[in-house]
Ligand binder design. Structure first.
Ligand code: BGC
Length: 766
């Protein structure tokens, strides 16, 4: 809250010092004129061709401005974890610049795992500074598609399974980015929950799940965050591609949410001129028209929103209203970014950005299990630490698809530990397994040679030999952003760890109880050995400062405080999308399209586990600390609520251990009885508190009717009369206190149960 107030003050100060250009300055150039007046003025001066030009790409990542009027180009960039390296004008190949290396920030799953909106603001601001320095106007991110299956190759780019958590975390990211004059392009709107068949999947989902699960984070980014652009997704919904989908773009985004920004197609996500015209697409990027692969520049004229659009206008098939609306939205985006003045020049690879990456990484690492206080490492003189596993030495910033980065530097886990333990312990290394030794994406190479020709048995033998007698064994494995292992355009084939890592872990556990397993991934993985290892750490893809963030937590320099943003299931069949949800879709006999019914409806993630009484491996919201927190008595200022009132809950939390640390106190709401089935509980508030040993803080949550409401397809958002429970705890499966309360719609005080009053929007409490 404080941060955002500070940011808006800065923004106001910047906006208050425009350059005065004199009396005959055209309105569109006048920084003091209202945005809409400038847009109107610019539009009135543009030719049909110029309007068409600004609504489609002129290169891989940029669209033209209006040179004649001095309106500059619009430069986009991936996103969402750092600023992508420059590619050639018409190709994905590298441009070969030597000044386009960036800082890679931790993947968005890690950011979500911080449960810390201040970290999201720090992330957005740091990223924006890198973008500005590199001359980028739009960052293609953040991604807020909901985690529906642990097989989705792009979950690492998103913010987990819970709409409330993702909503709260996305807003400061968007605001902080845009406060520096860089547009967020929230992606991939919508229902893009898997990579397999991503262009041909037609999602069939009921309105309740759409509004309660899949849309809230997008809505928060747009309505609360004020996102200036949004990216349509590749998949279909209601049998229309989402880049030109009437319901999603015209009715919901631009209608219900009042979005005034620009809808950008995913790269190659546009497929049809009449639909693109009518259904809300504003800028087309990446379409592979004839000749584009070969880099022939005229290919862009063949885009759906280029010459074919002009032809449709000239033949009288369509008018120009839609075109004016699109051009207006693009102009708004240009005026907000590339044509805005008063913002700083940004900075690239600054110490502050590395520090931010390190801090966010350490804040998001989740301590999943810690038998007998294996962690933090407690090293006496002459201690020996053995590090095992390919992910301890593999650079992870290269790979994964469009979020792949060219970094100025990346500290691996092994190097981070070596650095942190210098003078305290000897650190040895054994490979353990060979996974994917390649390190290249779109011409960016990690430069590492990871080749190792030994057999799996030889590698295990070496690791086990070295593990005997070591004070600690740190196994660093998991997935690695190669195709099928957390990567765009492919899903994983199963929940298991690849490359027979389970065998290595079991062999190590058999000879050394002080085995710490560090899982690097953006997804849940199966852990059949979980009860035989000392500690398990979920380390995400941590970016440039990976080794430092991880070492900070393992050595205890930072007390872990991350919490899982999604459920770790024990088996794939425990996941709703796999149990009942038709993943990965059913191919139509007569077409390439795959229909996929989300039959699980709103019961995804912990909502599903709760409803079926399935014990997870690690629950949503779970995460341990090196200290202990005692929850006190949950109290409320009232036991009854109505549409005009709120209830404030208070929970004292005490650090009862000997280390300072942070706890994420979570509020879930349960509806005792409702006209439609509801989850047993849903996250509706959280607060991260940092406490010194012995210190107590009282966390408060203000609950309003939106926290009680659900989406009834017949009535919209409703809060029904009746009894509810507030559940406060340390995880979705670790509720420490419960308090009943009652809700009455004022207008229905004396009528039957389940009377209700529609509410507008529902984000829950803040
Ligand atoms: C991805 C987007 C990305 C775009 C540009 C697409 O393949 O789905 O997320 O922003 O490429 O690289």
């Amino acid at each position: 809250m404080k941060l955002s107030i500070l940011f808006s003050t800065v923004a106001l100060a910047l906006a208050a010092s425009p350059v005065s250009l004199g009396a005959d300055t055209p309105v569109y150039k006048d920084q003091t004129a209202p945005l809409e007046a400038r847009v109107d003025d610019a539009l009135s001066r543009m030719t049909l061709r110029e309007k068409i030009d600004i609504i489609h790409a002129q290169s891989k990542f940029c669209s033209p401005g209006v040179p004649r009027l001095g309106i500059p180009e619009l430069w986009t960039t991936d996103g969402p974890h750092g600023i992508r390296a420059e590619v050639l004008w018409d190709e994905w190949d590298q441009a070969g610049w030597t000044n386009d290396s960036c800082v890679a920030f931790p993947a968005l799953t890690c950011l979500a795992a911080t449960w810390n909106p201040d970290m999201a603001a720090l992330y957005g601001r740091s990223l924006a500074e890198e973008a500005r320095y590199r001359g980028k106007d739009v960052v293609l991110g953040p991604g807020v598609n909901m985690y529906r299956t642990p097989l989705n190759g792009r979950n690492f780019e998103y913010m987990g399974e819970d709409p409330y958590l993702a909503s709260v975390m996305v807003v400061p990211y968007v605001k902080a980015l845009q406060n520096e004059g860089v547009a967020a392009c929230v992606k991939h709107y919508a229902l893009n929950n898997q990579e397999i068949n991503r262009h041909t999947t037609n999602v069939i989902v009921d309105d309740r799940a759409l509004y309660e699960i899949y849309l809230p984070a997008f809505k928060a980014a747009v309505v609360d965050g004020g996102a200036w652009s949004i990216m349509g997704s590749y998949n279909r919904y209601l049998d229309e591609h989402c880049c030109h989908n009437n319901r999603l773009l015209m009715q919901i985004l631009k209608g219900e949410w009042g979005f005034d920004g620009a809808v950008i197609s995913d790269w190659g996500g546009a497929h049809d001129t009449p639909q693109a015209i009518a259904n809300g697409l504003d800028i087309e990027f990446g379409t592979w028209t004839d000749g584009l692969q070969d880099g022939r520049s005229k290919a862009y004229d063949n885009y759906f929103l280029a010459d074919p659009y002009i032809a449709a206008i000239e033949s009288g098939q369509v008018g120009t209203d839609e075109l004016d609306d699109k051009a207006r939205r693009v102009l708004r985006l240009l005026f907000r970014t590339s044509m805005a003045s008063g913002y700083g020049h940004g900075s690239l690879c600054s110490d502050e950005h590395y520090a931010a990456a390190r801090r966010i990484g350490a804040d998001g690492i989740v301590l999943l299990a810690n038998r007998d206080n294996t962690l933090p490492m407690n090293l006496s003189d002459g201690a020996r630490v053995l590090v095992v596993g390919e992910n301890a030495i593999k650079m992870m910033t290269v790979g994964g698809g469009s979020s792949s980065l060219k970094v100025q530097r990346e500290l691996t886990p092994l190097d981070g530990l070596r650095e942190a333990l210098k003078g305290k312990a000897t650190v040895d290394y054994a490979r353990g397994y060979v996974g994917d030794i390649t390190g290249e994406y779109n011409g960016v190479t990690s430069g590492q040679n990871l080749a190792d020709s030994r057999t799996p048995a030889e590698l295990i033998e070496e690791a086990v030999g070295k593990a005997r007698g070591a004070d600690y064994v740190v196994f660093v494995g998991g997935l690695n952003k190669s195709p099928g292992q957390d990567c765009e355009d492919a899903d994983r084939s199963g929940l298991e760890l690849p490359y027979a890592q389970d065998d290595v872990i079991r062999a190590l556990a058999a000879v050394n109880p002080r085995l710490i397993v560090v899982n690097v991934s953006g997804n849940a993985v199966a852990m059949p050995w979980v009860d035989s290892v000392g500690a398990v750490v979920q380390a995400w893809f941590l970016g440039s400062e990976c080794g430092n963030s991880l070492a900070d937590v393992l050595t205890g320099a930072v007390n872990p405080s991350g919490k899982l943003p999604f459920t770790f299931p024990r088996r794939l069949s425990d996941v709703a999308a796999h149990a009942v949800g038709q993943y990965p879709g059913v191919k139509r006999a007569d077409s390439p399209i795959h229909d996929e019914r989300y039959d699980e409806g709103i019961f995804t993630g912990y909502r599903w586990h709760d409803s079926r009484n399935i014990e997870p491996l690690f629950a949503f919201g779970h995460g341990l600390s090196y200290t202990t927190f005692e929850y006190g008595q949950l109290t409320a200022d009232n036991s009854e609520m109505n549409p005009g009132s709120t209830i404030t809950l208070s929970m004292p939390v005490k650090n009862t251990g000997s280390r300072a640390g942070a706890e994420v106190v979570q509020l879930y709401i349960a509806d005792n009885e409702s006209s439609l089935p509801r989850p047993q509980k849903e996250l509706k508030g959280f607060s991260k508190v940092y406490l010194q040993p012995g210190e107590t803080a009282t966390v408060t949550f203000t609950v309003d009717k939106t926290a009680l409401s659900f989406y009834d397809p017949a009535r919209g958002w409703v809060a029904e009369d009746g009894d509810f429970k507030a559940l406060v705890g340390a995880a979705s499966d670790d509720i420490r206190a419960t308090l009943p309360f009652t809700y009455r719609n004022e207008t229905a005080q004396n009528s039957n149960n389940n009377s209700s009053e529609p509410v507008s929007g529902a984000l829950g409490c803040r």
